[in-house]
Design a protein around this ligand. Structure first.
Ligand code: ADP
Length: 546
C-alpha cells in the first residue's frame, strides 16, 4: 500500500522561495570581487536575492538554457554567485562550480568534459580564461559578473555583462516544477590521482542534504544565526551553507576573494558573525593573527572545521582561549559533502573538558540521512569497537552512486555502500575517527601508522606552524615516517626535540625517523596538505635510519 501524501518535488529553489516569503528582510552581505578596497561590500535582503535570481533565470532562458545544460561558474563566494547558483539549477540547468585553484589544464579538461554552455566568471578570472578560451569547446557566452561600469577590456569572444543581463528582465517568473531527481549541480573532485571526476548532485540530494545540515546538532544554524561560510562555493557547494541560510532565515555573509585573516576577522566583528566554516589551514592563519594582535572573536560562537583533520591544539585554543566551540566535520565532494559531525550534544554533556576534547578530535557521528560503517578488505563490516580500523563506507540519498559520464560504472558495493578511500574506526557511541586516507597510511613492518595523528600531535609544539608526514622507503620496515614541518619566525626544532614532544602522545614506534624543516608545505586546490606533491618533493630523499 502506498502512502497518500502529495508529490511535491524537492527542489533547490524551494529554499529561495521560503526565504523570500518567510525571511524577506534578512540580510545577505557580500564582499565584491571587483572592488579592491578592504570591506568594499554590497548588502541586500533575501527578497532582493530571490527577485534577482528570478531575473537571472529569465535571462538564462533567453540565452537558450535547456533542461540539463551545464552552466559553469568560476567565482568567489558573492551574492551574484549565489544568484546564478540558484537560477541555473532553478530553470532546469546544472550549476557547475569550478575551482579556480586547479591547474589550467585541469580547468580546460573539466569544462570540456562537463560541456559547459555558459561560463559565469568573476572579473578576477578574466585574464586566466582569456588564456584558456581557445581550448574551451562548448562555451557559447562568457558572462562577466560585474556591472557595466566595471566591465573590463577583454579578448574573450561573446562576452556579456551580468548586471546588463539582469537589467533586461523584470523577475516576474515562476520556477518550473522540475523532476526532483533532475541534476542540479556538478562539482569535480580535485583528482589527486587521474583526471578529475564529476559528482552530479540532484535537486533531491541537495534538498535532503540541506535538511540534514539544518538539523539541530549539525551546523548550529537557525534564523538567529549570522554565518560566514569561508569555505568556497566551488568546494562542495560551500558545504551546502547558502541553501541552509535560505532554508532557515540565517544571515549570510560572503567574503568574496578575501581569505586573509585580518579581512575575515574584520568581517566577523563588523557583521557580528556567530557561525563560520572552513578547512583547518584557514583557521591556522586566523589563530596566528589573533595571537599576534591580541584580538578576540567577537560574537563568534561556532566554527565548523572539516575537509582535513583538525588538530587537538586548534580545538583547544579556539574553545579555551576564544570561547568558540569547534564542530569537527568530515565529508567529501561525493557526499555533498556532509557525512559526520561532532557538535555539542547530549551524549557529551556531562563529559569533563578533557574527555570532550578527546572526542572532538574524532570526526563525529553520521548526521541524520547518512549511514557509515567500516569494512575490512574482504568487505565484512568491522565491529564498532573504537579500535579496529578499516575502510570507511557511507550510504544515503546525498552520496554519489557513480561519476558524471561514467553511468555504466557502479561504484557501490553489493549493499549500496560507497568506499570513501579513508581509513577509520567507529566507536560504540557512533563517533568515527579517521586515521588516514588509504593511500597516505604509513605501513611500517606490517603495522599502520596514522600520518594524521602524528601531524596533529606535532602542531601542538609551539615552534611548529604546520606538519605533514609521509611514508618513506626503509629497507627493514618497508616504510617509516618522515615529518616535514614549517616553523614560526625565527624558531627551529630538531628531530630529538620533536620526539620528546610526541612521546606520550603517540606510540614509540610511530616517532618519525626524521624531522625536516621546509619553507612551505604544499597544499591542494581545496586547501589540504598535498601528500602527492610532498612525496614528489622528497623522491630523492633518504632517511637517516636507512
Ligand atoms: P579533494 O580531494 O578534492 O579535497 P574532497 O573535499 O572531496 O576532495 O576531500 C574529501 C577527503 O577529505 C575525505 O575523503 C578525507 O580524506 C578528507 N577529509 C575531509 N574531512 C576530514 C576530516 N575532518 N578529517 C580528516 N580528513 C578529512
Amino acid at each position: 500500500m502506498q502512502g497518500l501524501m502529495q508529490d511535491w518535488p524537492l527542489l533547490t529553489t524551494r529554499f529561495l522561495t521560503h526565504a523570500d516569503i518567510n525571511h524577506p528582510t534578512r540580510e545577505i552581505v557580500s564582499m565584491l570581487p571587483e572592488k579592491a578596497e578592504k570591506l568594499g561590500q554590497f548588502r541586500y535582503t533575501n527578497a532582493d536575492m530571490a527577485q534577482r535570481a528570478r531575473q537571472c533565470g529569465q535571462a538564462l532562458e533567453k540565452l537558450g538554457v535547456k533542461l540539463g545544460d551545464r552552466i559553469g561558474t568560476l567565482a568567489w563566494n558573492s551574492h551574484r554567485h549565489v544568484e546564478i547558483w540558484y537560477a541555473a539549477s532553478g530553470v532546469g540547468g546544472v550549476t557547475h562550480t569550478l575551482n579556480p585553484r586547479l591547474f589550467p589544464e585541469q580547468l580546460i579538461y573539466i569544462m570540456n568534459h562537463a560541456e559547459d554552455k555558459l561560463l559565469f566568471l568573476d572579473i578576477t578570472f578574466v585574464p586566466l580564461i582569456e588564456k584558456l578560451a581557445e581550448h574551451l569547446n562548448s562555451i557559447e557566452h562568457f558572462v562577466i559578473m560585474v556591472g557595466a561600469d566595471d566591465m573590463p577590456e577583454t579578448s574573450l569572444p561573446n562576452v556579456l555583462c551580468y548586471e546588463d543581463l539582469l537589467a533586461g528582465e523584470d523577475g516576474s517568473y515562476e520556477w518550473p516544477e522540475l523532476d526532483e531527481n533532475a541534476a542540479s549541480g556538478l562539482c569535480y573532485t580535485s583528482g589527486t590521482t587521474g583526471n578529475p571526476k564529476g559528482v552530479l548532485y540532484s535537486h533531491r540530494s541537495n534538498y535532503l542534504h540541506t535538511m540534514g545540515a539544518l538539523s539541530g546538532d549539525t551546523l548550529g544554524i537557525t534564523s538567529k544565526t549570522t554565518i560566514l561560510p569561508v569555505v568556497p562555493m566551488f568546494h562542495a557547494n560551500a558545504w551546502g551553507i547558502p541553501y541552509a541560510t535560505a532554508g532557515s532565515g540565517a544571515k549570510l555573509v560572503l567574503n568574496g576573494p578575501h581569505h586573509e585573516p585580518d579581512i575575515l576577522h574584520d568581517l566577523i566583528i563588523q557583521e557580528q558573525v556567530t557561525v563560520t566554516a572552513a578547512v583547518p589551514t584557514i583557521w591556522m592563519g586566523m589563530l596566528q593573527y589573533l595571537e599576534s594582535t591580541g584580538k578576540d572573536m567577537g560574537k563568534l560562537k561556532v566554527v565548523t572545521i572539516g575537509g582535513a583533520a583538525c588538530p587537538r591544539s586548534m580545538i583547544d585554543t579556539f574553545q579555551r582561549k576564544y570561547g568558540v566551540r569547534v564542530n569537527h566535520a568530515w565529508g567529501m565532494t561525493e557526499t555533498s559533502p556532509l557525512g559526520t559531525i561532532g557538535s555539542e550534544n547530549a551524549y557529551i554533556e556531562n563529559f569533563s573538558e578533557e574527555e570532550k576534547l578527546d572526542i572532538q578530535c574524532k570526526q563525529g557521528r553520521s548526521i541524520i540521512g547518512a549511514e557509515i560503517c567500516i569494512k575490512d578488505d574482504d568487505g565484512n563490516i568491522i565491529p564498532r569497537d573504537g579500535e579496529t580500523s578499516g575502510r570507511l563506507m557511507i550510504r544515503g540519498p546525498w552520496v554519489a552512486k557513480t561519476y558524471f559520464k561514467q553511468d555504466e560504472e557502479n561504484m557501490l558495493d553489493t549493499e549500496g555502500w560507497f568506499d570513501t578511500g579513508d581509513v577509520a574506526c567507529i566507536g560504540p557511541s557512533g563517533y568515527m575517527h579517521i586515521t588516514d586516507r588509504a593511500k597516505d597510511v604509513i605501513k611500517s613492518g606490517g603495522e599502520w601508522i596514522s600520518s594524521i595523528d602524528l601531524e596533529n600531535a606535532a602542531v601542538s609544539h609551539p615552534n611548529v606552524t604546520e606538519a605533514a608526514v609521509i611514508g618513506v622507503y626503509h629497507p627493514k620496515w618497508d616504510e617509516r615516517p618522515m615529518m616535514a614541518v614549517t616553523v614560526a619566525d625565527g624558531a627551529s626544532i630538531t628531530t630529538e626535540e620533536m620526539h620528546a614532544h610526541l612521546t606520550g602522545q603517540v606510540a614509540k614506534w610511530w616517532l618519525p625517523d626524521d624531522v625536516v624543516i621546509v619553507d612551505e608545505i604544499p597544499h591542494t586546490a581545496t586547501g589540504k596538505i598535498s601528500k602527492k606533491d610532498l612525496r614528489e618533493q622528497f623522491t630523492e630523499y633518504k632517511l637517516p635510519t636507512y
